[in-house]
Design a protein around this ligand. Structure first.
Ligand code: AMP
Length: 556
């Protein structure tokens, strides 16, 4: 007799490979379309993808890769990268996605710290591999994501003098027959390794498990999360080298959606054309990418014929962008928040039945926030004395989260980042009575004026809502009386005539008087991190000696 204490259901581990197997078996002929770095469009199906992922697993085993070994990837969004996702994790190794936009030294640090056994790379990154390989002596070999001839093309210029072997992915994969069963193992086994962008100090690794990856995929696919469906054609602009492209490579096979990969061409025209030709209904990306796409569409005077929804996150989605997508192009925007340490999804701004009874303005105000948690994430805001703050939409404090897809500790670091079992996000936010969270700042970016906090994101959003402003950042400038006051650094649109005083006057009536910035400077461009976020640390360095007008007057 079995004990009635335990349920009597099958004990099937939650493994990443099951996502692809499900798609291959139940949506076998659904397409995966990729714009390749070779320049052409490649198409095949989930069935083909699983076969090649299995061939890759066999090839890795033949190379001596063992369960638990890390396999790095330096690659754009494409079918071979997807095969790496599943081929590595499926055989029990760890897929370590590396952000190629980081500085070469940081990339070398990450590869060395992760102890990657092999690194798969798109040929566009051959010059980068050439630079970093000498700093990564533990790597046994570099696998070029192409056939032997594409390595040959680069050999003279790059890759010729490398100590470690350079192998052709296609040669390795096509040498195998794909007759391979995905092994079953403990669902707590490590699956993916993603490093944070590390604006300060060295990047830190978040090591996901198969269990967290599959639970996150379920959560991501829910109707009030990304709401992915087998009727969707999904184009993730968000890169697969940054937090698993927000889980889309897992959620899409889970629901059987068509996948469209843009490769390296992320300019407005290329994205628009691919969306149109592949009937894309759903996309996801950071605001900077959408800015480029919207600019292109305006200039070219074109419209979307199939795109219905897009997830925007990674940085605050400016309300002006949300309005343009929805009012001018009829595309629903889903504002989302998360972080590498959270796999990454935490909250999405999708309205409840109750919220949908309110006026259009109130509904939009809610949708401009970062939104409601999905099951799998709990959150709280905490004040300076560690006390939990009320959910009244006004009190703002440090945001803490917990859940089965939130990290417990960083890879290869002993000390736990948790506080009483909660992970401190480093973000500052409010939560309203609907449970909608609103990020006001990163804790280190918040502006402290006379002991009160001013939200730099709110002030940036107002600046970019001005028709002549393309992009804006708000940083703290030191002030002898108030400690800090807000300074706006703005990039104007071409042919703009906007002056400093006109932009400052634009704040009148939009925020409390003491929130109005003290000064505006115009710049040609703003610095961004490797993941497209504003680099405020760099901006604060640039404008460290900026003297605010009232301070200058008093000094005279
Ligand atoms: P990363 O780990 O690189 O994905 O960065 C995570 C951080 O990006 C978060 O802690 C936030 O500071 C910021 N972030 C992500 N999404 C949003 C959003 N929708 N609004 C504001 N900040 C965001």
């Amino acid at each position: 007799m079995t004990s009635p204490l335990y349920g009597q259901m099958m004990d099937v581990p939650l493994l990443a490979s099951s996502l692809l197997s499900h798609a291959a078996r139940h949506f076998g002929d659904t397409e995966i379309v990729s714009r390749r770095i070779e320049g052409d469009i490649h198409r095949y199906t989930y069935r083909d993808c699983e076969k090649r992922a299995k061939q890759l697993a066999q090839a890795l085993i033949a190379l001596g890769v063992e369960p638990g070994d890390r396999i790095g990837t330096l690659a754009w969004n494409g079918y071979r990268h997807l095969e790496c996702y599943y081929g590595t994790t499926g055989m029990g190794a760890v897929c370590h996605t590396i952000n190629p936009r980081l500085f070469p030294d940081q990339i070398a640090f990450i590869i060395d710290h992760a102890d990657d056994a092999y690194v798969c790379f798109d040929m566009t990154f051959a010059p980068l591999v050439d630079i970093i390989a000498p700093q990564c002596p533990k790597v046994k070999g570099w696998i070029a994501l192409g056939d032997a001839s594409c390595i040959g093309e680069h050999l003279g210029q790059y890759l010729g003098n490398m100590e470690q072997p350079v192998l052709s992915y296609e040669t390795l994969v096509t040498a195998q027959d794909g007759n391979y069963e995905w092994p079953q193992f403990d669902e707590r086994t490590a699956s993916f390794l993603c490093y944070t962008s590390g604006t300060t100090g060295n990047p830190k690794g978040a090591l996901y498990s198969h269990r967290s990856t599959v639970l996150h995929a379920y959560g991501a696919a829910l109707p009030d999360a990304m709401g992915a469906s087998s009727s969707d054609s999904i184009l993730p602009v968000v890169p697969m080298f940054h937090v698993n492209a927000w889980g889309i490579p897992h959620a899409a096979p889970l629901v059987g959606a068509k996948l469209v990969f843009p490769g390296k061409d992320l300019d407005g025209k290329s994205l628009y054309e691919l969306m149109e030709s592949e009937g894309v209904t759903y996309s996801a990306g950071v605001p900077t990418v959408w800015l480029a796409l919207l600019n292109y569409m305006k200039q070219a005077d074109v419209r979307f014929s199939t795109l219905k929804r897009t997830v925007i996150g990674g940085s605050a989605c400016p309300p002006a962008m949300l309005r343009t997508f929805e009012d001018d192009y009829g595309v629903e925007v889903i504002h989302a928040w998360g972080m590498t340490e959270m796999s990454p999804l935490g909250t999405l701004a999708r309205l409840s039945w109750k919220q949908k009874q309110r006026s259009p303005d109130e509904q939009r105000a809610s949708r401009e926030k970062q939104g409601h948690v999905i099951f799998g994430v709990d959150m709280k805001i905490v004040g300076e004395e560690g006390q939990e703050l009320p959910w009244d939409g006004r009190a703002f404090g440090d945001l803490y989260v917990r859940g089965p897809w939130v990290i417990d500790r960083y890879f290869r670091r002993d000390e736990s980042p948790l506080v009483d079992g909660w992970f401190p996000t480093g973000d500052v936010s409010t939560i309203d009575a609907d449970g909608f969270m609103h990020i006001t700042d990163r804790s280190k970016d918040v502006i402290k004026s006379g002991g009160e906090w001013i939200s730099s994101i709110d002030l940036e959003n107002i600046a970019v809502s001005h028709p002549q402003v393309a992009e804006a950042a708000c940083i703290a400038c030191s002030h002898p009386k108030w400690t800090e006051r807000p300074l706006i650094v703005a990039v104007l649109r071409p042919d703009a005539t906007l002056t400093r005083d006109e932009l400052l006057a634009y704040y009148d009536g939009k925020v409390a008087k003491w929130w109005v910035p003290d000064d505006v400077v115009f710049a040609d461009e703003l610095p961004h991190t490797a993941t497209g976020k504003l680099q405020k640390l760099r901006l604060r360095e640039i404008y460290r000696n900026h003297v605010l007008p009232d301070v200058a007057e008093k000094a005279v």
